[in-house]
Design a protein around this ligand. Structure first.
Ligand SMILES: Cc1cc2nc3c(=O)[nH]c(=O)nc-3n(C[C@H](O)[C@H](O)[C@H](O)COP(=O)(O)OP(=O)(O)OC[C@H]3O[C@@H](n4cnc5c(N)ncnc54)[C@H](O)[C@@H]3O)c2cc1C
Length: 443
């Protein structure tokens, strides 16, 4: 590749947001290095989106592959910011024109129940850990964490991801009950048909399986669940309509997958036996002026061998990156600029907190177009000049703060070393083939 003076941008995280930003920059003639902690850059598409979304997953992963395979993009797998490379080093010493953080939201929001953390993996899981297991446990040679599934589980949540968690529990308990009756049904076809329809086809009644079912506990009302959003001004009419839509989504899911729902319930305290969690004490709540108000004296125990918290995901804090509470300090979501840093920007789920594929890519486009226009001051003329094989002279390099060919070569050399260290031979297609997990639907 003939190198030209210009810009070289580092991106941390190569999934929906990171790959979109990489593509937007690369297609303008800007060099990009994507640092990804995992072998493959699929993020929550691989470890979050439940494995029954076969078509959506494959479509999104194909899109990511096409973007990462752009000749201006250097991919560095197995390299975690905060461990393998440090934030300060990346920003100050590597020589990049800008650093983009597209590291998503991988930390579960802590369940606000005192003492709950001591029960982690002892009758209690957080959603990200649980869904990651569900998506991969079928793979031959799977050697990461195992999760136990019990009937009658408690799920604390209310958003779309928590509906997926209750579905996973119902699919797993139903598949297990069928296996005990000599019927081997995979969870993907059970999900696609819906539990009741699939059981009909098998001539089995759900009631005969002896399954109690799990229960989703939500602190507000069903009509408040963030299962559909309200765009623009929140008029009474729009709120009422959204409430109906939410109720319908919930009812449909409950009918198909047979989980139970308890609204206006706030978890208060753990119930334990030895070192295991055995349920939660809940309080009833009411909604007063739009706020959740617990009702004194309404405490009641709910016993269960399994509790899963699914109350949202937040970014993992990375040493050196300014954060406040749960989030990176990014005062303006639209430009994504990290507080106190001229050339560091955040994008995707790491910033928006909206767990949505399209939203992540859209935000990545917004941030990169601002970066190109205002920070790098890169125009279509630059792109056209590069395509025509043109270059920039020393005066222009200095005036526009471009990186010289020597500076770009120096970064490429460092990137190459990091790739070697990660065991990556720069053949992206072959790398994907080698690392793509075995799919349940192909087994
Ligand atoms: C259960 C569940 C169901 C969902 N269902 C849907 C759905 O039906 N439709 C929909 O649109 N969305 C859905 N989503 C949300 C969607 O998957 C995510 O919002 C979207 O994939 C986020 O993309 P992203 O690129 O912003 O972040 P991520 O996908 O989280 O990507 C971040 C990337 O950064 C990498 N990374 C993180 N930290 C580091 C580090 N320190 N160093 C290097 N690399 C790092 C990660 O490995 C990852 O590849 C669901 C999510 C969950 C959990």
């Amino acid at each position: 590749m003939k190198i030209h003076p210009g810009h070289f941008v580092a991106i941390v995280g190569g999934a929906c947001a990171g790959s979109e930003a990489a593509y937007q920059l690369a297609s303008q003639g800007i060099y990009v290095a994507v640092f990804e902690q995992q072998p493959l850059p699929y993020g929550k598409i691989e470890d979050g989106l439940p494995k029954w979304h076969v078509k959506l997953r494959d479509k999104e992963e194909k899109k990511i592959n096409e973007k990462i395979a752009h000749p201006y993009v250097s991919y560095i797998p197995n390299t975690r910011l905060g461990d393998d490379i440090q934030f300060d080093d990346l920003v100050k010493n590597w020589g990049f024109s800008a650093v983009l953080l597209a590291s998503g939201a991988w930390r579960d929001r802590p369940l606000p129940v005192e003492g709950i953390s001591q029960f982690a993996n002892k009758g209690f899981y957080y959603q990200n850990y649980f869904v990651d297991w569900f998506n991969h446990y079928h793979e031959p040679g799977y050697d990461r964490h195992q999760c136990e599934v019990f009937d009658g589980a408690i799920v604390v949540g209310g958003g779309l991801a928590s509906i997926d968690v209750v579905k996973i529990l119902m699919l797993e308990t139903t598949a297990k009950a069928l296996r005990e009756r000599g019927m081997d049904v995979d969870v993907i076809s059970l999900e696609h048909r819906g539990i009741i329809k699939k059981l009909d086809e098998l001539g089995v009644k759900f009631e005969d399986l002896g399954i109690e079912g799990c229960t989703l506990y939500y602190r507000r009302r069903s009509i408040d669940m963030p299962l559909s959003s309200i765009s623009g001004e929140k008029t009474a009419e729009k709120i009422a309509k959204a409430g109906q839509v939410r109720q319908k989504i919930l009812n449909n899911a409950m009918e198909k997958y047979r989980f139970k729902f308890q609204e206006l319930s706030v978890p208060l305290a753990p119930l334990s036996s030895g070192d295991r969690l055995e349920g939660l004490v809940f309080q009833r709540s009411e909604i007063v002026d739009g706020r959740v108000k617990v009702i004194p004296g309404s405490e009641h125990e709910v016993r269960s061998p399994l509790t899963i918290s699914s109350i949202g995901s937040i970014p993992e804090l990375i040493p050196g990156i300014p954060s406040k509470g749960e989030l990176f300090v990014i005062p303006d979501e639209d430009n994504g600029k990290l507080d106190g840093y001229e050339k560091v920007f955040g994008l995707g789920n790491a910033v928006t907190g909206r767990g949505n594929i399209r939203e992540s890519a859209k935000h990545a486009r917004l941030v990169t177009s601002g970066l190109l226009e205002h920070y790098l001051q890169w125009t279509d003329e630059d792109k056209a000049r590069i395509e025509a094989g043109g270059t920039a002279d020393e005066a222009e390099i200095k005036e526009r703060d471009l990186l010289s060919i020597a500076e770009i070569e120096a970064i490429r050399e460092k990137v190459h070393k990091a790739q070697q260290h990660a065991g990556y031979d720069n053949n992206y297609e072959r790398w994907v083939e080698k690392h793509l997990p075995v799919r349940l639907e192909n087994m």
